[in-house]
Design a protein around this ligand. Structure first.
Ligand SMILES: Cc1ncc(COP(=O)(O)O)c(C=O)c1O
Length: 397
């Protein structure tokens, strides 16, 4: 019988076992509190820098009330896909809300952002077409391109010359050319230069898909994402996103023209062959959209905290890479130092996430931080002190 774990995979598992045996394994700690600015992890209360719950909505009482009411009305799920019994009146209200937020005609909802990205790509391109992806896009996009049957062509991160030259080179080789970017990059925290991307799109007759995962609720005067940020309402042809960041919930969406969304509903297997987003999540996310309008203080606090923390880290001498948003990497560029740094801050009361090989190249290893609107100044000051000590210990500042 062939071994269930191949030799190549065994090497990786052995490395993980080694970290576990030395009490250095940094993943899957048991959490026993809500995901607030303080989080209880492995029986220890920590300052929370690991989440994407930027606005703190996961713990907002109004979202919890909305969720409880929806559970009483619809139970925990609909037991079918959106095309079957999975579309309720709450789904329809959420679909309309998202279309209105983005100035689009219709929306498809998914049980996760990962699926939404796959569905969006499946519905837009296929065999004979090309996905022109930025070098740092999220894994859901890479997998979506593979499943679509199109060819993946990669351009240098945020480099318009490279994108333009690639499009010129492949012009007659493929049918449709779909440029795909993350509006905000999930590991580096920088923003896609959408005005320049739009220009390149128009010059080359391409299409643009944006992944709004870390942009909705964060960018723009009203938190409506990158299109509002750049005042570019027609800057994207297909818009996909997730509820797992701005709403601290779960689920995903694709919004666009009516005929495109109708086609998606009847062609994207990620949409057709999976259970619908539970109504409890729709009600929660609808409330999150309401709060974006009614409680703008959360976005203001998020940005005030981001500016304060980023400048604090920089003045201590940390390399924060390209960050210009609440996603802040502390670039360590070494696997072992990253693991030790993370262990040291955890023991001192900060919970954050190391991003190490094989997820990124060893030279790109870092600790990824997510700033929250609900972090207090005391949280941020305490974390800065803890980082300074750990940074000196591992010799990166
Ligand atoms: C940029 C980006 N796109 C898509 C996703 C997938 O979202 P979800 O967590 O809703 O599956 C993520 C989540 O990590 C992400 O960071």
């Amino acid at each position: 019988m062939p071994a269930l774990v191949s030799d190549e995979h065994r090497q990786h598992s052995e490395y993980i076992s080694l970290l576990q045996s030395q009490n250095l394994y940094p993943f899957c700690f048991e959490v026993t509190s809500p995901c607030n600015h303080r989080i209880v992890v492995a029986n220890r209360e920590c300052i929370n820098f690991i989440s994407n719950n930027y606005l703190g909505f996961a713990g907002h009482p109004k979202l919890q009330e909305a969720a409880e009411a929806a559970v009483r009305q619809y139970g925990v799920g609909m037991g079918g896909s959106p095309l079957m019994c999975g579309t309720t009146e709450i789904h329809n209200r959420l679909k309309e809300k998202i279309a209105a937020v983005y100035g689009q005609q219709d929306t498809a909802l998914f049980a996760s952002g990962y699926q939404a990205l796959i569905g969006a790509i499946q519905a837009t391109i296929g065999k004979g077409d090309a996905a022109m992806v930025d070098g740092l896009v999220h894994r859901s996009i890479v997998d979506g391109v593979t499943l679509s049957g199109s060819t993946r062509r990669v351009w240098v991160h945020n480099n318009m010359e490279d994108l333009s030259s690639l499009l010129t080179r492949v012009q007659s080789k493929y049918g449709r050319k779909l440029i795909i970017v993350d509006s905000v990059y999930s590991m580096d925290g920088d923003i896609a230069p959408l005005p320049a991307i739009k220009k390149v799109r128009d010059q080359h007759g391409a299409l643009v898909l944006i992944d709004e995962a870390h942009s909705l609720g964060v960018l723009g005067r009203n938190g409506r994402g990158i299109l509002e940020h750049f005042d570019l309402p027609d800057g994207a042809d297909v818009i996909a996103g997730t509820f797992s960041k701005f709403a601290g919930a779960v689920g995903g969406f694709v919004t666009g023209p009516k005929d495109f969304i109708l086609h998606l509903r009847h062609s994207a297997s990620a949409y057709i062959f999976s259970a619908s987003l539970p109504p409890v999540m729709c009600a929660t996310v609808l409330k999150a959209f309401e709060l974006l309008e009614e409680e703008p203080q959360w976005r203001e606090l998020l940005w005030a905290n981001t500016r304060y923390f980023l400048s604090g880290l920089k003045s201590q001498g940390f390399d924060t890479g390209l960050s210009e948003t609440p996603i802040i990497p502390i670039m360590i560029r070494d696997v072992e130092k990253s693991i030790f740094f993370n262990r040291s801050i955890f023991e001192a009361g900060v919970y954050a996430s190391p991003v190490v090989y094989p997820a990124v190249a060893p030279s790109k290893c870092r600790i990824r931080l997510g700033v929250m609107a609900t972090h207090t100044r005391d949280d941020l000051d305490a974390a800065l002190e803890i980082f300074k000590k750990a940074g000196k210990e591992v010799g990166i500042i």
